[in-house]
Design a protein around this ligand. Structure first.
Ligand code: OAD
Length: 248
């Protein structure tokens, strides 16, 4: 059983000498900013049915309904700010020779916190693209693309493939990492959920940050139970100073 106060000494030993760090984030990293997660008691998928809102079939059947759902989600993002967890990850870029931040989130909060080169596995809700030809949509453009297709949010729906470049960068970062963080994700949705397993198989030290256990927890080298807005600064900020860290 996970103790209330885990021993962080081994983690800091590894983290201080790690060169390649990869991070996978999920909806939980934005929870303290006020964004609801998908699963769990208060989760979006408890109240709404993904197959009616987040699939290509749903869009073909009823594009207005799907747009309504995404306008509602865009509305939720208004006034939402990154939290201490996003900020700690943005600062951590400079502590490693290679740092890859991979997110399943479509909210853009990592970029808002200052992270650069974020690998977005599930797209970004703030962009639109044509459902047929993939062209991006300009600010004032009509809902119908010049090719005749309809514009849609640039997010990945159930049953769709992930952007190939994003998935290949994510897999290669996970496989070459010395240290990987799995933060605020239920590790239920593949292929993203595969990343902590790949890193572990390839010999990385894997840290999970989540208030709840997940299917990956038994394999984690360190599993801290609590909100990422509190834990990420505690785990990452000390790496900015050579003597920092320890179990303090
Ligand atoms: P989930 O909603 O499945 O999981 C969120 C996780 O965050 C849970 O394990 C919570 O325990 C944890 N959590 C809650 N509050 C937290 C906090 N303050 N700090 C850290 N963790 C916290 O979200 P994802 O794993 O991101 O896909 O879901 C994956 C994908 O499923 C999403 O990208 C979305 C969804 O359907 C698509 O839309 C394609």
């Amino acid at each position: 059983m996970e103790s209330a106060e885990p021993d962080l000494s081994r983690y800091f030993e590894v983290a201080h000498v790690a060169n390649r760090c990869a991070v996978l984030t999920g909806a939980g990293v934005s929870a303290e900013s006020g964004m609801p997660t998908f699963r769990g008691e208060q989760g979006l998928w408890k109240e709404y049915r993904p197959e009616e809102l987040a699939t290509p079939e749903a869009f073909q059947r009823n594009p207005e309904l799907v747009w309504e759902w995404y306008e509602y989600r865009r509305g939720m993002l208004e006034g939402i700010q990154p939290n201490e967890g996003h900020r700690a990850l943005a600062s951590a870029e400079q502590f490693f020779e290679e740092f890859t931040l991979i997110t399943q989130n479509i909210d853009g909060l990592h970029q808002a916190a200052g992270s650069t080169d974020v690998v977005e596995l599930h797209g970004n809700i703030r962009r639109d693209r044509c459902h047929d030809c993939g062209a991006g949509r300009g600010e004032e453009e009509a809902m119908e693309c010049t090719c005749g297709g309809l514009f849609r949010p640039d997010v990945v729906w159930f049953g769709e493939s992930l952007p190939p470049q994003a998935i290949s960068m994510a897999f290669s970062a996970a496989q070459s990492a010395d240290l990987l963080f799995s933060v605020g994700t239920s590790t239920m949705v593949y292929p993203a959920a595969q990343l902590p397993y790949l890193a572990k198989d390839a010999g990385a030290f894997v840290v999970e940050v989540n208030p709840e256990p997940t299917p990956f927890t038994p394999l984690a080298d360190l599993a801290v139970r609590g909100p990422s807005g509190q834990w990420l600064p505690r785990l990452l900020d000390p790496l900015g100073s050579p003597a920092g860290g320890g179990n303090s």
